[in-house]
Design a protein around this ligand. Structure first.
Ligand code: UDP
Length: 378
């Protein structure tokens, strides 16, 4: 009680980390901690670099020039200077603000924790070797999976805490089916015909183009099928608009293919409605830290077809709570299978909801974090 904890990340909106913190901070406060959340500032140049870093740390073959390194360092220095001091624990999320403790010489908190939400198991060495000295300033780290910890990792205390969802947030709270249908219909979807759905940022790792290709294969067999791609534009993801345009070009003129984002008015409640209305939810990622969208869909009793990558297999137990796939063709075949066998789909969805109830609700996430804090504080 009364522990002063600050969480720091790169965006207040869009993407999984913002999603978690939105309900995590109030819950920590309800438990009696003095929890706060700060979002770092940065211009487009800084966030272009952090996005490249995000990609490079997940193994993408990219250049990391001295100018980019300088931009990252300057951005971190500015935020390190403006961060208010005096906490028991400061938890820094992901690589964007990871330089802050070293640049502050650890002033302002007794303990520093780095929570890494991405897969750094096989990083591009240029990015990883640059980051390692900054990571040495931390007391503990949190990863989603043990396999994600990168080579020569300098922080000895590592906790494995997969992300969780809040079942009472607007994104996940129970919703009357009639209301869900009415919301989805407003966006031009015919609720009397089958709907495939992927909810994701517009990002190459999420493979929206592959989802469109899979949908087209399904449509050859089931001409009545529709696809909705729903994506939010995160403030720290300047690539998003570029990839959104690419997705639109790939989608072409198809009245059954809906490409929507938060600027169309698709917020948390609307995403909830889409996830409840869809017949099949897809998360065809090529890389994925965890995939909260998978958790959210399973929680709504929907079978999920997910890429066989990252944290998705923790959630999609192949043939039990959905299907794991590695290609467009496999994705299409599984979608057809689920559309043709609604009873199987329903059973898988029920198992998925139970799987989430047991492992991925925020009560578990809170407990894991408190246990780590307790062990740190002695
Ligand atoms: N999200 C949303 N609206 C959208 C697209 C995504 O609210 O149009 C949310 C989604 O529901 C999920 C989060 O953004 O809670 C994405 O988290 P995930 O772990 O799936 O991926 P990330 O974006 O962190 O890579």
């Amino acid at each position: 009680r009364g522990l002063r904890v600050l969480h720091v990340n790169a965006t207040a909106f869009g993407g999984g980390v913002a999603e978690i913190l939105t309900t995590h901070i109030p819950l920590l406060r309800d438990l009696g901690l003095e929890a706060e959340w700060r979002v770092i500032h940065g211009d487009d140049a800084f966030f272009r670099v952090t996005k490249a870093m995000h990609n490079g740390l997940q193994g993408m073959d990219l250049a990391f020039t001295p100018e980019m390194q300088e931009t990252w360092k300057e951005g971190n220095q500015r935020n390190a200077t403006s961060l208010p001091g005096d906490y028991d624990v400061i938890m820094i999320h992901d690589p964007q603000p990871a330089g802050i403790p070293l640049l502050r010489e650890r002033r302002g908190a007794r303990f520093w924790i780095w929570r890494c939400h991405i897969d750094t198991s096989a990083p591009n060495p240029a990015f990883w070797s640059f980051l390692l000295p900054y990571l040495s300033a931390y007391d503990a780290a949190i990863f989603t999976m043990a396999e994600y910890v990168g080579p020569s990792f300098p922080i000895s205390r590592v906790a494995i805490i997969p992300p969780t969802i809040d079942p009472l947030s607007p994104k996940n709270a129970p919703m009357d089916p009639q209301e869900a249908w009415a919301i989805v219909a407003r966006f031009g979807v015919d609720v009397n015909r089958p709907l495939l759905l992927q909810v994701s940022r517009f990002d190459p790792w999420k493979d929206p183009l592959g989802v469109i290709d899979a949908y087209r294969l399904v449509k050859r067999e089931r001409p009545e099928v529709q696809l909705a791609l729903v994506g939010s534009m995160a403030h720290d993801d300047p690539e998003g608009w570029f990839y959104y345009d690419r997705t639109l070009r790939h989608a072409g003129e198809d009245p059954d293919l809906h490409v929507l984002h938060n600027f169309h008015g698709v917020g948390a409640w609307e995403v909830n409605a889409f996830q409840r209305t869809a017949d099949v939810v897809i998360q065809k990622s090529l890389r994925e830290g965890f995939g909260l969208t998978v958790t959210e869909a399973l929680w709504k009793g929907k079978p999920v077809i997910g890429g066989r990558v990252g944290g998705i297999p923790l959630q999609v137990l192949d043939r039990e709570t959905g299907f794991l796939v590695s290609s467009v063709e496999e994705c299409a075949a599984r979608a057809l299978e689920l559309l043709d066998h609604p009873e199987t789909a329903r059973t898988m969805g029920e198992r998925g909801r139970e799987h989430v109830r047991q492992h991925f609700l925020c009560t578990r996430g809170l407990r894991d974090e408190l246990l780590l804090l307790r062990s740190l504080l002695g």
